[in-house]
Design a protein around this ligand. Structure first.
Ligand SMILES: Cc1cc2nc3c(=O)[nH]c(=O)nc-3n(C[C@H](O)[C@H](O)[C@H](O)COP(=O)(O)OP(=O)(O)OC[C@H]3O[C@@H](n4cnc5c(N)ncnc54)[C@H](O)[C@@H]3O)c2cc1C
Ligand code: FES
Length: 367
């Protein structure tokens, strides 16, 4: 009886081993696309090994399209126009593309496999995005789950960005995680500091990048990132400003405020920061200090579920309920929002309901 079981297990192991060999061979034979050419803007060709996705193929050649979700097809940031090749549109791309984009041949570069020659159009601004190497100079525990990390660039290097933009941090393998991923993080320091930058990173349970950052990175470690990316930055107008952030969404607003501290502003600004309890608030003193710097700036932390021993006497509930108290001229108000997709959606709904124009609401959704 036992001998039969062992014989069956042996046979099964042999069959699965054989299947694995066949699959590897098939992958090599059928998915060998050889060298493929990517024509860029009708101006130059780059040669890549076929079989990779377009996003990764371009990145291998130091052309860094934004890819906030790291190529998982969930952010829609990696759009680029495909003029020739690229195969049929995939169902995973459709939700991210407008009718006009579909008609113009815009695709999600992380979803396209380069199997043959392909021609693409890439905006000139993308060619300014670079890869940087840096050393961790400081790690601050802002809250129980949020750290501020300062990275100093290699000697002689400098980064130009607009306050509010983000970089993509590249992870290294750690513990049992063998894959390298890249994740988007807003720069929280001011653009005037060109040889270093700070990120504010909140731990996501089981998250690949945030676990690496929170549990493995230490002062002196070397890291790499690409950037800068994004169109979340302060518009140069004299409109009233409403900042709304939750959690690590404080990062780009901090950068914008620190930049305004350098260049000065007369604009009326109100900043609502939503958190659950007192232990989720951070940088409160720094924000209060800015109230004394600007002629018309108010910082309003709002707790949705203050704990009894928080002894909280400030604003409570969801941030939206306090908007009517501060928006004096909706048509002359710009809003800058940063945080979870749920918060962003709810705030946009509330603001448009109060008469703030949708095209004056700028946001980075951290989903
Ligand atoms: C433009 C942009 C700027 C961003 N800036 C910041 C920033 O300044 N600071 C910051 O901390 N984060 C920021 N993020 C979010 C960040 O890019 C990562 O998504 C986040 O840190 C999780 O990465 P991870 O690799 O640890 O988790 P993953 O391994 O990607 O995810 C693990 C699991 O958690 C879920 N998950 C992913 N993200 C979140 C989340 N934020 N909350 C709850 N569950 C989640 C996933 O669906 C998955 O199931 C930004 C995102 C975008 C798009
Ligand atoms: S990188 Fe996020 S959808 Fe392509």
């Amino acid at each position: 009886m036992l001998a039969t079981i062992f014989k069956d297990i042996g046979a099964l192991t042999a069959i699965s081993g054989l299947l694995a060999v066949v699959l590897v061979l098939a992958e090599r034979i059928f998915n060998n696309y050889g060298q493929c050419k990517i024509n860029i803007n009708g101006k130059r060709d780059i040669e890549v090994k076929g079989g990779n996705n377009l996003l990764a193929s371009l990145s291998d050649k130091q052309i860094y399209l934004p890819s906030a979700c790291g190529g998982r097809g969930s952010c829609g940031a990696c759009k680029c126009k495909v003029l020739e090749g690229g195969g049929p549109l995939l169902p995973t791309e459709k939700p991210f593309l407008s009718k006009a984009e579909l008609a113009a041949g815009v695709r999600l570069s992380c979803q396209i496999k380069v199997k043959s020659d392909i021609a693409v159009e890439i905006p000139d601004s993308i060619f300014n995005i670079r890869r940087f190497d840096a050393t961790i100079a400081e790690i601050i525990d802002y809250t129980h789950d949020t750290k501020g990390i300062t990275f100093v660039l290699e000697p002689g290097e400098s980064i130009d960005f607009k306050a509010g933009q983000y970089v993509q941090l590249l992870t290294e393998p750690y513990a049992k995680v063998r894959q390298r991923v890249s994740r988007a993080y807003s720069i929280s320091s001011k653009p005037e500091d060109k040889d270093r930058l700070q990120l504010i990173i909140r731990l996501v349970p089981e998250g690949i990048c945030t676990t690496w950052v929170h549990q493995y990175l230490k002062v002196g470690d070397k890291v790499s990132f690409t950037g800068p990316y994004g169109d979340f930055y302060l518009r140069d107008t004299d409109a009233d400003i409403l900042f709304v952030a939750g959690g690590s969404g404080k990062a780009p607003i901090k950068s914008i405020l620190e930049h305004l501290e350098v260049v000065g502003t007369q604009r009326k600004m109100t900043y609502f920061f939503g958190a659950r309890t007192l232990k989720d608030l951070y940088l409160t003193e720094e924000m209060r200090a800015l109230e004394k710097v600007f002629p018309d700036f108010h910082y309003e932390p709002v707790l949705s579920q203050p704990a009894p021993d928080d002894n909280w006497s400030g604003k409570t509930g969801y941030v939206m309920r306090h908007f009517p108290d501060v928006i004096r001229d909706p048509q002359n108000t710009e809003a800058y929002l940063c945080g979870s997709p749920g918060m962003i959606d709810a705030v946009i709904k509330a603001l448009t309901g109060l008469g703030v124009a949708k095209d004056k609401i700028y946001y980075d959704s951290f989903g």
